[in-house]
Design a protein around this ligand. Structure first.
Ligand code: MSP
Length: 644
């Protein structure tokens, strides 16, 4: 690595409690697209992604699967790496927080912050959400004792333990000043305002350790404590640079541009992290961008809900619907994910709108343009790039404007805007062909004019492929190949190639081969037939079943729900955690009958309020003559045992 400062771009490191989906793919893809764009600009680039492995919920997920935690995280880290590779994502480094290179640096951060008096010991008393791995003060939590995060709403754990605290409260003013003096630091603008409001309401000191649950980075010298997973995770961006051992490498990389979803923008990336860096005397990140979510029916799509597809599965689906080659389908998915997301805002995910967009943008606008142009080149110019009639000032100007437009959209992280810019040219070329009608010119004997039009369109397509290369590295290489260009756009130098008129007349083009075959109703019918068969036969897949979290619970207390003869309110222990259930068993059981009984409970059901009581799960029972008969294990088992 030379001495020039690199464009250092990062994604969040993903929790390895389950597989990648198109949410994590979106951020990783955005980083890949920006990295490729900057590489094509001739900049040195360093693109970091990775996995967050020390979380309590990761440890729990491993225990639930009955696998040693290290083996579990190894498997999932590999799955992430493979998924990114399949999705044509080219990172330079993949950091895992269980690696010694990271653990060392986290402990060093801790030590330095302790030395400068920013870390002190105290008693933490408050709520903790294991799913969000977030502390909540009692004042943030309602009577329901559920996670205040509207997207989570899971039961919280009451924590009372001796912990270390970071003096975050001392950094509010410095952070506000930094934000004020660096207007482009936080993007988008409206989310910056959320950060300002969050800091202005007063920052509380942050607990940065937890009682050791048997997994995590130990606090130096105090093995009964581990470092709080967010404190640990954020440091990955610095530990991957080699700091403090390899200062030369660190200097070339740090500071970084951070991309992430909005849920971890305000509190963690734009507040806690810069304050931690200020505390150890390191520069804060270069830029921080928080994008919106893929939503389904207006709600955040997530792994726990299991409603966002795995990126590789979606690519397989696109290939099956369209008949496109798999690697082209991957690129199509990349295009669709970027194009359908309003960067900054939430966007609704639907297969239907992806298919529509595929047909309109890729099959019609771009694919068909390439196809019909090459056909005409064979018909009217012997399969060679013809001579331009004259310099097409209008298209050249448009190209220059688009080039500038792309740079602006990239600067503001509006990646869908980049594609909209490029489509100004795609649409113009389609219209230009129709206006000029080279087929009529040729028929009327104006061969040179017909050929001149074809040159302009081919040249326009060449540029579109150049600009699209960061989004679709493989498909755009095919386009250049069909144009007879011997190099790949993704390897090209953007500035050198972006001048209008670089396509060499005389170059032999290839026979047109449809790149993005249209998705037809017939093809769709065939691929959905299998799914329909399954639905009709009432079968579910093993993956569907695995989404259910069923456990053995013990009934601690029971009481009737007022004004109904059917319901009992139960408090059950599901293994170190208590839940309230509202169950329709009062016609068969009195409260005394069930106290102390072991029962079977579905624990990951969305909470529902029944007769004013919040039910956080559902017990399983046999139905006999419309009455419920409880299921219990054949012999007593440890409470919390998983049912499979
Ligand atoms: N481990 C933490 C991050 C630590 S970074 C120092 C974490 N991991 S996560 O696995 O939950 O990943 C969260 C990130 O995944 C989001 O910030 C976003 O980048 C991506 N997404 C998860 N769900 C998403 C959507 N529904 N839509 C868009 N992006 C989504 O938080």
């Amino acid at each position: 690595m030379g001495s020039e400062k690199a464009y250092y771009i990062t994604t969040p490191i993903y929790y390895v409690n389950s597989s990648p989906h198109i949410g994590s793919t979106l951020t990783t893809l955005a980083a890949d697209m920006l990295a490729r764009y900057q590489r094509m600009q001739g900049r040195k680039v360093w693109f970091l992604t990775g996995t967050d492995e020390n979380a309590i919920k990761v440890h729990r997920a491993a225990q639930e699967r009955g696998v040693p935690t290290q083996q579990f995280v190894d498997e999932l880290a590999t799955e992430f790496q493979q998924a990114w590779k399949t999705m044509h994502i080219e990172y330079d480094d993949f950091i895992r927080t269980t690696e010694p290179r990271h653990v060392r640096v986290v402990q060093e951060f801790f030590r330095r912050m302790q030395e400068n008096g920013d870390i002190y010991k105290g008693i933490y008393e408050g709520w903790y959400c294991v799913s969000d791995e977030t502390f909540f003060a009692p004042s943030d939590v309602g009577e329901d004792r559920l996670c205040p995060n509207a997207e989570c709403r899971r039961p919280l754990q009451w924590v009372q333990e001796e912990d270390y605290f970071f003096r975050l409260s001392a950094y509010g003013d410095r952070l506000l000043r930094y934000i004020d003096e660096h207007p482009d630091w936080l993007e988008p603008e409206f989310r910056k305002n959320e950060v300002i409001a969050f800091i202005k309401q007063g920052l509380r000191d942050q607990s940065v350790t937890r009682a050791n649950p048997g997994w995590g980075i130990p606090v130096p010298g105090e093995p009964d404590k581990v470092i709080y997973v967010w404190f640990d995770a954020l440091i990955n961006y610095v530990s991957a640079t080699g700091w403090p051992d390899d200062m030369e490498r660190y200097q070339q990389l740090w500071p970084a541009v951070h991309l992430m979803g909005k849920e971890i923008f305000v509190r963690f990336h734009a507040t806690l992290w810069p304050a931690m860096l200020m505390s150890v005397g390191l520069p804060v990140p270069e830029r921080i961008f928080g994008h919106g979510w893929w939503t389904i029916g207006g709600e955040k799509g997530s792994k726990s809900k299991g409603n966002l597809p795995h990126p590789v599965q979606l690519a397989k689906d696109i290939a099956a619907w369209s008949g496109a080659e798999f690697d082209i389908a991957v690129d199509a998915e990349r295009y669709l994910l970027i194009r359908e997301m309003q960067f900054g805002l939430d966007s609704e995910f639907s297969e239907e709108s992806f298919r529509k967009r595929y047909n309109s943008d890729l099959a019609n606008d771009l694919g068909n343009l390439l196809n019909r142009t090459l056909n005409m080149v064979w018909r009217y110019a012997d399969g060679r790039v013809p001579q331009p009639l004259e310099h097409n000032a209008e298209l050249a100007q448009l190209a220059e404007d688009i080039d500038k437009g792309i740079a602006e959209e990239v600067y503001r992280f509006r990646l869908n805007g980049v594609l909209e810019q490029i489509w100004r040219m795609v649409s113009r070329l389609n219209k230009y062909l129709d206006e000029q009608a080279p087929w009529s010119l040729y028929r009327n004997g104006e061969v040179e004019r017909a050929q001149g039009v074809l040159y302009d369109v081919l040249e326009g397509i060449r540029l579109c492929a150049l600009w699209l290369a960061p989004t679709m590295p493989v498909a755009t290489a095919r386009i250049w190949e069909q144009l007879g260009i011997g190099t790949q756009p993704v390897q090209a130098n953007w500035q050198a190639e972006s001048a209008w008129g670089r396509l060499q007349p005389g170059t032999s083009v290839q026979q047109p081969q449809p790149l993005f075959p249209r998705i037809t109703e017939e093809a769709l019918a065939v691929t959905t037939e299998k799914e329909t068969e399954m639905e009709q036969s009432n079968l579910i897949t093993i993956q569907d079943f695995q989404k259910l979290e069923i456990k053995i619970a013990e009934v601690k207390s029971a009481e009737p729900v007022p004004n109904t003869s059917k319901l009992l309110k139960l408090t059950v222990d599901i293994g170190g955690e208590e839940r309230t259930l509202v169950a329709g068993i009062a016609e068969t059981y009195s409260p005394q009958d069930v106290i102390g009984k072991q029962i079977v409970v579905l624990t990951n059901l969305q909470p529902a309020t029944i007769r004013g009581v919040q039910s956080q799960g559902m017990l399983l029972a046999a139905e006999v003559d419309s009455k419920a008969i409880l299921l219990t294990p054949e012999k007593p088992v440890p409470v919390g045992s998983k049912v499979r």
